[in-house]
Design a protein around this ligand. Structure first.
Ligand code: ARG
Length: 473
């Protein structure tokens, strides 16, 4: 999570001397402009990647003879010190130095003198920032991927614990057909499985090393990009220097993957909100994961689930923000692109935070099997099973549907469910219906017979859970 850091606002007079690019300027930067253009209040978080990238770059400069080996060593030692300074909170960030890249470089020069000025050889902040963001997103993908896996494990555990519990499956939020709770939960397993796949897919396009593109056109110096990529664990190197500094597809894809994770989480959250209401009474969420009302003493609100649902909106917002920032930008780098970081950070933080809290909450729920079962025994929920019963007696499904519709109407008149309607009433509707119809109408039969591949039958669920337990080990 982003912590707060102290940032020094340098006086204007000092600023001119401070800025690495000040040579071409006669006047100092307007203070408002300085604040407006600075990204250090948020991009300081990239420091571990910025330093790792700089160390790899300096090593390469030494190895290729672009700078002397011993100069490279001094630079690396300086950078390692700076890493410690930032990690321990003794580093002084400055708004006048705009961003994390210039803050670190200036400190390096301050510490080791003019040798520090050699670090930026054959490099631009344009390829540097692209590198940092790619490295950051690689780690966030790994973190989110792990969190999703943990959530999937919880879903499998819950599905195992409640593998025999039936509840109504809904369409249009109307009771439709009975299903097993385990089967219902594993629907979410599959959603999060696709989300993990999306992250893996996105990773392949993030994992491309842009350093060496320079400002946009490459460099005249004999750099070794393969070496840098290897040092930083990249599997590929960007092929076009202009694309390398102007591409933010990878960031958009990452936020899009986050948005879809949140959408799935939000749907599950919505079900928990419904299920924990008095109207459903299917589950209780533990006290630790609910909050009270300041006016209504009886209230226990599912705020974690609600906020997860709500935070989905901000991740969608980040996705729209970055898509909009990028639209219409001419090649190559434009300062607009500095606006990429906050949406990326916020999406990554929001997903990670939501997943972490949500998992604990999910672990805390108590399932009320009886309430679920009562709802699943709703008078007409096995109507499709009655139609299928007639189909098994060779009646075309359309005719069967018509007869069952009439049976439902008759049962409503008689104020009973399908299971309780006497056989003579069924006989009036179709001579094909016999005593054995009551077997077909039971909850157990309805669920138990849905053995088609991917259906809700207990035998299917058991098999799937066996596979998933091995897969998730
Ligand atoms: N802080 C900048 C960003 O986040 C770094 C790149 C700046 N490049 C430039 N030419 N001004 O995008």
């Amino acid at each position: 999570m982003a912590k707060k850091i102290a940032i020094k606002k340098k006086a204007q007079t000092l600023a001119k001397k401070v800025k690495p690019w000040a040579g071409r300027f006669n006047e100092t930067t307007n203070v408002l402009v300085e604040e407006f253009t600075a990204s250090i209040p948020y991009d300081w978080r990239l420091y571990p990647y910025d330093i790792a990238g700089s160390i790899a770059h300096a090593t390469m400069l030494g190895k290729t003879g672009i700078i002397m080996k011993k100069e490279a060593m001094r630079i690396i030692r300086g950078l390692e010190h700076i890493l410690k300074e930032i990690a321990t909170g003794t580093f002084e960030f400055s708004v006048a130095l705009e961003d994390i890249h210039m803050n670190i470089e200036s400190r390096l020069i301050q510490k080791i003198g003019s040798t520090g000025g050699k670090l930026h050889t054959a490099r631009s902040r344009n390829d540097q920032v692209a590198l940092d963001l790619r490295m950051y997103i690689r780690d966030e993908i790994a973190r989110t991927h792990d969190l999703l896996r943990s959530l999937q494990r919880i879903l499998v555990d819950l599905a195992c614990r409640y593998d025999e519990v039936a509840l109504p499956g809904y369409t249009h939020l109307q009771r439709a057909q009975p299903v097993l709770l385990g089967h219902h939960l594993l629907a979410y397993f599959d959603m999060f499985e696709r989300d993990r796949g999306r992250l893996e897919d996105c990773f392949r396009r993030v994992d491309v090393m842009p350093l060496g593109a320079g400002a946009l056109a490459g460099t005249v110096l004999p750099i070794d990009r393969e070496f840098v990529a290897k040092q930083l664990g990249f599997s590929r190197i960007s092929e076009n220097s202009i694309d390398a500094v102007s591409d933010r597809d990878f960031a958009i894809e990452f936020i899009a993957a986050c948005a879809q994770i949140m959408m799935h989480l939000s749907r599950l959250a919505e079900e928990l909100v419904l299920w924990s209401s008095s109207e459903f009474g299917f589950i209780t969420i533990a006290d630790a994961f609910t909050t009270g009302s300041s006016i209504m003493p009886q209230k226990k609100n599912p705020d974690v689930a609600e906020l997860t649902r709500g935070k989905t909106g901000r991740v969608y917002g980040s996705l729209m923000a970055l898509l909009t920032v990028m639209k219409g930008l001419p090649l190559a780098y434009n300062r607009d692109m500095q606006e990429d970081k906050e949406p990326v950070f916020d999406a990554a933080d929001t997903v990670a935070h939501s997943l972490s809290v949500f998992m604990e909450m999910l672990n805390s729920i108590t399932v009320h099997r009886e309430a679920m079962r009562r709802a699943a025994e709703d008078g007409f929920i096995t109507a499709t099973d009655l139609a299928d019963y007639l189909v098994r007696k060779n009646l075309p499904f359309r005719q069967a549907h018509e007869i069952v519709g009439k049976a439902v109407l008759r049962a409503i008149e008689l104020e009973c469910g399908l299971v309780a309607m006497p056989l003579n009433e069924y006989k009036k509707l179709s001579p094909l219906i016999n005593e054995d119809v009551y077997d077909a109408l039971s909850l157990e039969a309805s669920v138990g017979r849905r053995t088609s591949l991917g259906g809700t039958a207990p035998s299917n669920l058991k098999k799937r859970l066996r596979t998933l337990k091995i897969k998730m080990r």
